[in-house]
Design a protein around this ligand. Structure first.
Ligand SMILES: [Zn+2]
Length: 291
């Protein structure tokens, strides 16, 4: 169960999305040994980024990043136009062990929410707001209120096995013939959704449970999955930016090789001195075998 479904209220300018993750979420968690509260927040963040990425109108990636002064210093998740997700969290184990409060505000502390839109062709766009609210869902709603001026509601949940999210958003072009109360009504209904329901029921069941008195059109499901975009080529590109002599010196100290570890999926890419020299050949002379 790793999918996202869009829906639209027929009598007003409100649209929504619901996503549910299990294997994709578990694949992200399996790469690291996270404590339970961090697992939960990663699940919420993966759901949140998948919901927002569903609106990407181009090929590329959406990156959601939380940087705070709490024990969890970084929470970073990505979703691209293919529904490929990855994520990582950094936290201070000792500091977390000292705290009994593992709520969102206690773990993230004060900081920023950064949303980066990274198209394959075109310029990156980054929006930054201060973290506010008692949950990641509230922080994301705060982002849309401040940065996009679009009333947006998020309900996010995760339990270490399953993760899910529901998003509602007012469409930018409200016209007068539309139902003015719909936003308040839809949001009020969405707030009654319990964590067990979001994680345990099917998307159709959730939407029926919440909005059976409204006219809602459901769109086909889109698949989500775990996929890390790292590659030997990308790691090589990162090394190419470093001076060759410096790289060879580092390699000398490490049994003649440099190991590049992907932070997200833990894949290791090993470059020996021959690889490093090849990387630094002028582009036209570089053999194609560097992959
Ligand atoms: Zn990777």
């Amino acid at each position: 169960m790793n999918h996202l479904q869009r829906f639209q209220f027929l009598d007003g300018a409100v649209r929504g999305e619901i996503c549910q993750l299990s294997e994709a979420y578990q694949a992200v968690l399996s790469r690291h040994e996270y404590p339970a509260p961090i697992k939960g927040l990663l699940g919420e963040a993966l759901s949140g980024v998948a919901l927002i990425a569903a609106n990407l109108k181009f090929e590329g990636c959406l990156i959601l990043q939380i940087q705070g002064n709490g024990p969890m210093s970084v929470l970073m998740v990505e979703c691209n136009h293919l529904g490929e997700l990855r994520g990582i969290a950094r936290y201070d184990e000792a500091e977390m062990a000292l705290q009994t409060d593992h709520s969102w505000t206690a773990l993230a502390g004060q900081g920023q929410l950064i949303l980066t839109i990274d198209p394959e062709d075109g310029e990156r766009y980054q929006g930054i707001v201060a973290l506010e609210g008692e949950s990641l869902a509230a922080a994301l709603a705060g982002y849309f209120a401040q940065s996009e001026q679009l009333p947006t509601y998020f309900n996010l949940a995760a339990d270490g096995q399953h993760a899910g999210g529901l998003m509602l958003q007012v469409l930018p072009q409200m016209d007068e013939s539309q139902d003015d109360d719909l936003w308040g009504r839809a949001q009020g209904l969405a707030q009654t959704l319990k964590k067990e329901e979001l994680l345990g029921l099917s998307a159709e069941e959730v939407l029926y449970r919440l909005f059976h008195e409204e006219q809602v059109e459901l769109y086909p499901e889109a698949e989500l999955r775990f996929h890390c975009s790292c590659s030997r080529e990308r790691s090589g590109n990162a090394l190419r930016a470093i001076d060759l002599d410096e790289l060879l010196e580092i390699a000398d100290e490490q049994q003649g090789q440099i190991e590049v570890d992907c932070q997200f999926c833990r894949q290791k890419y090993v470059f020996d001195s021959i690889d490093l020299r090849q990387l630094h050949l002028p582009a036209t002379d570089a053999p194609n075998s560097v992959q």
